[in-house]
Design a protein around this ligand. Structure first.
Ligand SMILES: Cc1cc2nc3c(=O)[nH]c(=O)nc-3n(C[C@H](O)[C@H](O)[C@H](O)COP(=O)(O)OP(=O)(O)OC[C@H]3O[C@@H](n4cnc5c(N)ncnc54)[C@H](O)[C@@H]3O)c2cc1C
Ligand code: FES
Length: 421
């Protein structure tokens, strides 16, 4: 009986049901004095106690899993943020709660275009802190004609999204991506955004401010002028309210109406010498997002200033920063033969050199049809089977392709290749 009391107090005092149950059955088995009848009574008691304690325990919040494939969303609200930049508030058609994401991640959207059977796939960073279970926000810059060089066409999906009225439907894949803020860390964080590269930084910054995280956060934001300065009022308000947030704005081409000290802090681009001048530097973590040229020069400058590579995280919104710098090993070893890429289904065998850039670029410029979307290793649209040979990646893939396949948009050959395309 003493042992029964021991067990009961273990239950009452500790609520350690499992331990108590284990002890009970050990007791029942080991103690020859305890009759079988008593052992059964004990078992029933434990069962009832376990049910009682279980019922009293608060139910843990139900985890919302990411969905697979596409989910229909409607554009609930569209808000103008700057010249050619709109935010889109996206609500799921099914009305069910949305899974959380990590600040810095993106959505992959599929947009149908008139007269095209296949939807176009693009990635857009989530531009607000996680927290809402009802909607996601993305912020999209429309790429205009000639913006990327003389005669370049307008961006297909960004233009289409800007035309779509509130209430329109788009298909969306679940949040993903490897570029995100580790919210458990406490070191100062430096966010460096060029143009529309502000979007993942907004999510990181809003997370730090909304959740009252105490780490110092510096935002270096480079844009052309006041008309391109997205979320102006929001950033000013955060600056006023949060002592740990330091905003440094650079205008590359301020107009006469842009006022230094009010609208912006420095004329010119965001540079490493500027950061060195304003920052403690040591012990900071750096997050970069913007045009390829800016990412390259700032990354090099940070490394030259002694920032460990592990503390520099970056995301490119397109292929510009993914230039293959080294030839494949066979050529590097002095083997003069070009690397041969055979596209098996198309019956084409092509020579590859670093100038041809990715396997997707090589395929497209030689009339081999491959699917593509983000062109930055993030959406998985360009996955192609490798029948023979090896590839390497120019950037870390945002998602792992199925076994035996590679993401052609960021892959270059390591050897001769036979591809299932
Ligand atoms: C992880 C990730 C996150 C992103 N987040 C954002 C975000 O938050 N906000 C945002 O606005 N964007 C973001 N992007 C970029 C976005 O995915 C699209 O790439 C962008 O909107 C352009 O798509 P588009 O269809 O409008 O342009 P596209 O039609 O794909 O064209 C892209 C560029 O190529 C040029 N081009 C196309 N065809 C030709 C041709 N035949 N000859 C010469 N030039 C040509 C176009 O002029 C244009 O400049 C992100 C990208 C990635 C990978
Ligand atoms: S096109 Fe998106 S991963 Fe290659």
């Amino acid at each position: 009986m003493e042992e029964i009391l021991q067990v009961v107090s273990a239950l009452v005092l500790g609520g350690a049901i499992m331990q108590a149950a284990a002890m009970l059955f050990r007791v029942a088995r080991q103690n020859a004095q305890v009759k079988r009848r008593e052992a059964l009574a004990l078992e029933g008691f434990v069962h009832r106690a376990r049910r009682a304690v279980g019922a009293a325990r608060p139910k843990p919040a139900k985890r919302i899993e990411n969905w697979t494939g596409v989910r229909k969303f409607s554009i609930e609200r569209k808000v103008r943020e700057a010249a050619g930049v709109y935010s889109f508030y996206l609500k799921p058609h099914d009305g069910k709660p949305l899974p959380p994401f990590v600040p810095g991640q993106y959505l992959t959207v599929e947009v149908s275009l008139p007269g095209q059977a296949q939807p176009q796939v693009r990635c857009y960073s989530l531009s607000d802190a996680p927290g809402s279970r009802d909607f996601y926000r993305i912020t999209v810059k429309r790429i205009g004609e000639g913006e990327k060089g003389p005669g370049s066409p307008a961006g297909v999906v960004s233009s289409r999204l800007h035309e779509m009225p509130e209430g329109s439907t788009i298909n969306v894949r679940a949040p993903g991506g490897q570029f995100f803020l580790d919210v458990r860390r406490t070191r100062p964080v430096v966010l460096i955004a060029g143009g529309i590269g502000i979007t993942p930084m907004l999510s990181m910054l809003n997370t730090i401010c909304n959740y009252g995280l105490k780490r110092e956060v510096y935002l270096f934001y480079g844009v052309r002028d006041h008309s391109h300065h997205a979320m102006y009022d929001h950033l000013k308000e955060l600056q006023r309210k949060h002592k740990n947030f330091h905003l440094i704005v650079c205008y590359s081409k301020p107009t006469p109406t842009c006022k230094k000290g009010r609208d912006y802090d420095h004329k010119g681009h965001v540079t490493v010498p500027l950061m060195r001048f304003l920052l403690p530097f040591k012990g900071c973590e750096f997050y970069l997002c913007g045009p390829g040229g800016m990412i390259r020069s700032i990354t090099e400058g940070l490394k030259d200033s002694g920032v460990p590579e592990i503390d520099i995280k970056m995301e490119a919104f397109g292929p510009a920063s993914l230039e293959p710098s080294a030839p494949p090993p066979a050529q590097a070893r002095g083997k003069q033969d070009a690397v041969k890429i055979s596209f098996q289904k198309s019956g084409k065998t092509l020579d590859w050199s670093p100038a041809a850039r990715s396997l997707l670029d090589l395929a497209e410029s030689n009339g081999v049809s491959l699917n593509s979307g983000c062109r930055a290793g993030q959406c998985g649209s360009c996955a192609v089977g490798i029948k023979e040979g090896r590839v390497r990646y120019l950037a870390k893939p945002g998602q792992t392709p199925p076994r035996g396949q590679c993401l052609a948009c960021i892959a270059v050959p390591e050897s001769d290749l036979v591809l299932d395309a």
